[in-house]
Design a protein around this ligand. Sequence first.
Ligand SMILES: [Zn+2]
Length: 259
Amino acid sequence: MQYVFLSHDVDWRKQGPESEHIIERKERFDPQLFEKTPLDKMYYNFPEFIEIEEKFGTKSTFFFRTMYENGNVYDYEDEINLLNKKGWEIGLHLDPSSVNNLEEIRKEREILEDISNEKILGNRVHFLKTNDQLQSKLKELDFVYDSSIKKTKDHYKDDIGYFVKNEIIEFPITIMDAYLFTYMKIKEEKIISIVDDTLNYARKNNVKDNIISILWHDNVLKMKGGRAYPKILEFLSTQDDVEMCSGIELANKINKNNI
Ligand SMILES: [Zn+2]
């Protein structure tokens, strides 16, 4: 089986960035969509993600920060509770300033646990600014998995599968939306063939089971390129040997020796 871990990093406050930030990036959006959408909703896509993933019978992981520039994670209380209630996983999108400090990691996690009333078991560091000591800290705090590593920015080959470090399962990021359009210079219409190539490479290298981790930021769904997300899920759903899942579902399978 080819397992595809789907995840979204919630990098921006609920109201989105300041208007100037969006206006400067106007050309990233379809002009019609830009005209009819309020600026503070251009980066807001939770209902759409829920609808898309429900349509394809999967539930992903949303990694939330606890510190937002000019914003507050408590503004996301309704979204976190809705996602949690419907069976999506809430993970911690740890601030880079907390990476070296066990107590800061604990504090950040407590904030999300307080909002969601659920144990937070998965982590990803914002900007992937992780280091070699993080897993042992995560282990001490009873996390189950992490997904903060991308070895190669312009390719998928080195970032397939998983490994275990300090008893923490690490899922390297195989495909990231932003890198596809920058380092890899992939055009929107080529995204599906990249996903197809990645799958074929994973199949070839591990016939029985393999893992592909996809990071699609929650704010890009209305953007050129980012709007291809439903097409990716549609494509994956046509593959008989593919199962899409959240990080914790996958980690649980690994821990039960089912992968
Ligand atoms: Zn981030």
